[in-house]
Design a protein around this ligand. Structure first.
Ligand SMILES: C[S@@+](CC[C@H](N)C(=O)[O-])C[C@H]1O[C@@H](n2cnc3c(N)ncnc32)[C@H](O)[C@@H]1O
Length: 196
């Protein structure tokens, strides 16, 4: 998301554009990365562009609708050659992703424009997050956008937050970034870097 008047200036309207700043700063051409909740494909498209033709992106979602939307957008952009879409939960990440990755991104909650009853859940999110740290290479980052506002979000928020807060500082740098001049239920960003 950029400024309408000057497309070179990123506009930080919420945690997703903030996560995209980190994505742009940390990804190099040729990298291997994961979109753990591809949804409408916004993050997957950015990842596919940044890793280049020599890179690899794994994009997970449990809904066929999300996988179809993401695949259509990728082929429209000519970026489908480097992306493996996976119709499975991110709790099965380690089974599908081969080798170490430099970045994993999660966008919790429900599919915008889709069914609001299909949401990410505490147990499966936690399993996917734990596997992410296993497959991250040193210096790599995990980004998680948390949406506290919807039904069923509170339990997941609590589980995810206490998990990041308990990570050993010797091995991980964990951050929480929220907008101070927003509603208390506004979404925010968690970032975990694996120490080198
Ligand atoms: C907020 S949306 C993601 C938005 C997406 N990042 C985008 O750019 O459009 C959350 C997505 O998580 C998916 N989801 C729910 N549980 C999941 C799971 N266990 N594994 C993978 N995806 C899951 C939902 O189907 C939904 O599409």
């Amino acid at each position: 998301m950029t400024c309408d008047r000057n497309p070179d200036i990123p506009m930080l309207r919420g945690p997703v554009p903030l996560s995209h700043l980190f994505i742009r700063r940390f990804i190099r051409e040729g990298d291997r990365v994961v979109d753990a909740t591809c949804g409408n494909g916004n993050d997957t498209l950015l990842l596919a562009e940044l890793v280049g033709s020599g890179g690899r992106v794994w994009a997970f979602d449990i809904q066929q609708q999300a996988i179809s939307r993401t695949s259509a957008r990728l082929s429209q952009a000519g970026l489908d050659d480097r992306v493996e879409t996976v119709l499975a939960g991110h709790e099965a990440m380690a089974e599908h992703v081969a080798g170490a990755v430099s970045l994993v991104v999660f966008n919790l909650g429900y599919l915008p424009g889709g069914l609001r009853i299909v949401i990410t859940r505490p147990e499966t999110s936690l399993a996917g997050l734990m596997q992410s740290l296993e497959i991250l290479k040193p210096g790599g980052i995990l980004l998680v956008t948390v949406y506290p506002g919807h039904d069923g979000a509170a339990g997941e928020q609590q589980v995810v937050e206490s998990w990041t807060a308990g990570l050993d500082q010797r091995f991980f740098h964990a951050w929480r970034m929220g907008q101070t001049n927003a509603n208390p239920t506004a979404p925010y960003l968690l970032l975990v870097q694996k120490a080198v």
